[in-house]
Design a protein around this ligand. Sequence first.
Ligand SMILES: [Fe+2]
Length: 242
Amino acid sequence: MGEGTEAMIFRQLFDSGSSTYSYLLADDGNALLIDPVLEQAGRDAALIGELGLKLLWTLETHVHADHITGASVLKELLGSRIAMSAAANATGADRVLRNGDEIEFGSRFLQVLATPGHTAGCLTYVLDDQTVAFTGDCLLIRGCGRTDFQGGSSAQLYRSIREKIFTLPDDSILYPGHDYRGLTVTSVREEKAYNPRLCLAKTEAEFAECMANLNLAYPKKIDVAVPANLNCGRELHRENSA
Ligand SMILES: [Fe+2]
């Protein structure tokens, strides 16, 4: 391992079709890509090539209901390996992740936090020095992921946020899985103060009541995206045999 003399590369990438953010991190030429989107795999592979990076791993924050992962296409294009939550019970991953695991890239690593509640297998990835965390759909900017599908639980989500994310340093920068209003980034301090569902002033009962009354539409792509993502974005007809 080198000493990380060059600055870490970091790019926030956006898919406008699903309002999904993907995140490219690299140190010493070794890259990770969090939550790649199938339709953007060509874009992402080109950028990784232009930056002269080797893509070690694609990481999923969870089994997405709104888009298909680009993990398998990137594996074919770039030889990257696929990591996702053990609790997702997916097939086709090269590595399954549990709370406390570390994913190394160059001289840096991400630590895995299990943050269930939006789905049963949701993960948050925290940079080694806790300056940055990638929260997926667990914590969104001034919001959070819904809890009415995929093993979701408002009680679990509340605990994940209060016990795992809000115990990071107040200055920790948080990057969400989506934003629908043009915001790109937040911090622990901001969400503790201003998240309308989960700020420190809200009780668990208030949060549960809020989540039970969202009256959200059935996710448009869930019936296609979830089966595909349970197979890491590979062909849908593959046997569920792992
Ligand atoms: Fe999600």
